[in-house]
Design a binder for this molecule. Structure first.
Ligand code: UDX
Length: 448
């Protein structure tokens, strides 16, 4: 049941995501969901991020703390190791100060919902006597694989070609997260994601941004997703709006105006999220592949990637396509003109596409995306996956083929039908009395 705001006895929850777009988005939306259930919610983020934010946050208040890189955030740190070390040293101090500051206010913090990849936040919360809830921003399947890796249950080097893990379908080696099969590729990030289990037994709650019908009983935690705002799923609810925390400037008007001129299901939306980078050769193949598919396309090429797009190619493709540096993705996916999503399969993009019934062309790049792509194609049957050549490049012909398959061909019909089914199931999970809604109610009830 949605509750009225304004009750001075409301329990206060502090939500603390890792400071990147793909972690802030789901945790902010979850915060809004908690606020709509009557809790007072504050989102803590770094000074750099809070200075970069492009929108209001509605029912959720934002407080900033220092991570030691107030002037440039993660990118200014020089290396991920340098960032993580300083983030922990400074951040654990400034987070504690923020909690202490609230202690003397009318609304002391009762619970910290922390991003599972910041385990030191849980240590702080426990020392300060708070309830600690770990929020996992990636799929349950990926969390389970990392759990096995943390406990040394995945022997390396991996013995292929397939690997069987309890509770999971048979996976090819390259369906595992890239850090697991390409051992040594990003050792710091890999050890960082494994650390999320270092003190997990101290957490009072384990919350997963997924829903039961999508990932059945994979983990003894609570599913609370998808965190897609309800207005995109079925109705507007109190305290739940479309405000996001974009760290990039979305070309909203240009995108929506352009989409409004296109027929239903005629546009391919293309995006690789907020972090992944493509090589120049891949970028060129993609541009020609999009053009060759002969569909309209809306392509997000972040400003930092634009220099890889040869000018003549950008002009060449412009007649059928719109290229923007960032867009309001949920609004785009919900638009009737969008017929398919060519995606890197970041977990948020994957969940958003499933929740809005948009079929996918999966083009995973690294980290959890390879596993998400496997599930999209073989388990949820809501998309196709591109094949890479021996140089690791997806060629233009392959791109054309996959887009046509989803947008036009007979096989695409089933994929489109399945995507619509996931949309219904996602709605069902977050609707009143649905599995995720009940879990959120239980979490809220435990705090009042
Ligand atoms: C990162 C990892 O890469 C991803 O694999 C992991 O699961 C979460 O953290 P990111 O690469 O940014 O995230 O991808 P994704 O998880 O899809 O998150 C991107 C978010 O940015 C989505 O919520 C999407 O809606 C939003 N977005 C993306 C926009 O609002 N506009 C855009 O133009 C592109």
């Amino acid at each position: 049941m949605e509750k009225e705001e304004g009750d001075s006895c409301r329990s206060h929850v502090l939500v603390f995501p890792f400071p990147v777009q793909g972690h802030i988005n789901p945790m902010l939306q979850f915060s809004k969901r908690l606020a709509s259930k009557g809790l007072k919610v504050t989102l803590a983020t770094t000074i750099f991020i809070s200075n970069s934010i492009q929108a209001e946050t509605g029912s959720v208040r934002v407080e900033s703390i220092s991570d030691g890189f107030d002037e440039g955030g993660l990118r200014k740190a020089g290396s991920i190791d340098a960032y993580l070390e300083r983030f922990e040293a400074i951040g654990s101090q400034t987070l504690a100060e923020l909690i202490e500051k609230q202690r003397i206010s009318d609304h002391p913090v009762k619970c910290l919902v922390y991003d599972s990849v910041i385990p030191w936040a849980l240590d702080r919360a426990k020392r300060l006597g708070l309830v600690g809830a770990s929020f996992f921003t990636q799929s349950c399947a990926v969390d389970v694989i990392y759990y096995y890796a943390h406990h040394g249950l995945l022997s390396t080097p991996l013995q292929g070609p397939t690997i069987s893990l309890p509770g999971l379908p048979l996976l090819g080696i390259h369906d595992l997260p890239s850090f697991v099969y390409a051992v040594g590729s990003y050792p710091s990030i890999f050890s960082h994601v494994l650390k999320q289990y270092s003190n997990i037994e101290k957490a009072d709650w384990l919350l997963f941004n997924t829903f039961d019908k999508l990932e059945d009983e994979l983990w003894p935690g609570k599913t609370i997703g998808p965190t897609v705002p309800s207005m995109y799923l079925y109705k507007r609810v109190e305290g739940d709006n479309d405000y996001g925390l974009d760290l990039f400037n979305p070309n909203a008007d240009a995108c929506m105006k352009w989409l409004n001129t296109k027929e239903s299901g005629s546009v391919v939306y293309v995006s690789f999220g907020s972090i992944a980078t493509l090589g120049e050769e891949q970028m060129e193949e993609l541009a020609w592949g999009l053009k060759g598919s002969n569909n309209y396309f809306l392509w997000v090429v972040r400003a930092s990637e634009e220099n890889k797009l040869p000018r003549e190619l950008a002009e060449e493709t412009s007649e059928k396509g719109l290229i923007v540096t960032w867009c309001p993705q949920l609004e785009v996916l919900a638009h009737q003109a969008v017929g398919c999503f060519m995606t890197h399969c970041g977990w948020n993009s994957t969940l958003e596409a499933l929740s809005l019934g948009v079929p996918m062309v999966a083009m995973p790049q690294w980290t959890d995306q390879t596993t998400n792509a496997k599930f999209v194609v073989d388990i949820w049957k809501a998309g196709v996956r591109v094949k890479v050549d021996e140089k690791g490049i997806v060629r233009r012909g392959e791109i054309e083929l996959c887009i046509r398959e989803v947008m036009e061909e007979e096989k695409g019909k089933d994929i489109r039908r399945n995507a619509c089914r996931w949309k219904e199931l996602a709605k069902e999970a977050v609707d009143e009395g649905g599995s995720s809604d009940k879990n959120i109610e239980e979490f809220v009830a435990g705090l009042v």
